[in-house]
Design a protein around this ligand. Sequence first.
Ligand code: AMP
Ligand code: MG
Length: 335
Amino acid sequence: MAVLVLVVAGLLLSGCRGVRTEVRKTEFMMDTAVTITAYGPRAEQAVAAAFAEMRRVAALMNADDPDSEVSLINRNAGLEPVRVSSETFELLELCQHYSELAAGAFDVTVRPLVELWGIGKKDKYVPSPEEIERALQLVDYRKVILDQNTKTVFLPVPGMGVDLGGAAKGYAADRAREILKEHGVRSALIDAGGNIWTVGIRPDGRKWRIGIRHPRPEVAGGVLAVLPSQDLTLVTSGDYERYFLKYGTRYHHIFDPHTGLPARELVSATIIGNNSAEADILSTAVFVLGADRGLALTNQLPHITTVVVTPKLQVLTAGSHETELELVYKEGEDQ
Ligand code: AMP
Ligand code: MG
């Protein structure tokens, strides 16, 4: 009898250990540190498979990698349509959909601007208005020809280029989440440098608590708000992620496709939703659109919650999870 009890206790213990086994790994990819934390008996294999999947997506979609599908599309600009995988094709379609909704504030053809400014890549350099104008001539998502039947992408003007930098991290995070779930993981956190997915709840039975970074920690401390989160994705676009300063002006990596300059309306935009590719696209779009037009856009999307910070550090929120947001920094505190 005593033995039996021990065996049962042993089974229970090992069962608990399985559920609570934490695996946390970090890899550098897509220009950012990606950390996956997962729980459960198969967490080790699940995390390894999720990283492999993210690396696969990055290899398809990284415009800086000459072997990617995106580079193949760009090399063939003005030459011929390029057949791509259905995932690249569908992500481009999703981008086009939101470009329409956002009146071109999100534009997947920003590649010539990204290359011209080279933010995060070369020395501090502000292009001339002529150079910016020349690049802008090549930026127009409406010119991209996506052929459903042949799954081909054609950029009709030589020099045009697509850049999935504003969407691919979210898509990769969506894929990582799928892989974790396929491996039976019911509790996990994916953090792809500002792209977060919370899978289920924490192993202690509580919701995840996700902090949204304040874009000006030197003024306001590190955390803007905390969201108790279960099966939600949070994506932030901010002017602090990649930038350089020249004569007191901050030049960062998110461009207004209408001016060719880094967008100035907001300092950060966070989107909370249930699809990370969509949230990633929307965070970039809202960042460019600014508070009024950005919130007007996301208010049409009932499943989306939005948090924006203006250059004067006003915080505006809207959407279904608005009431659950715990604001740590109250607007105007230090202004
Ligand atoms: P995110 O950090 O998600 O806002 O994405 C920024 C990245 O998206 C940049 O590094 C560029 O590769 C690309 N990008 C910049 N401006 C835009 C824009 N207006 N529309 C679409 N992609 C953009
Ligand atoms: Mg984005």
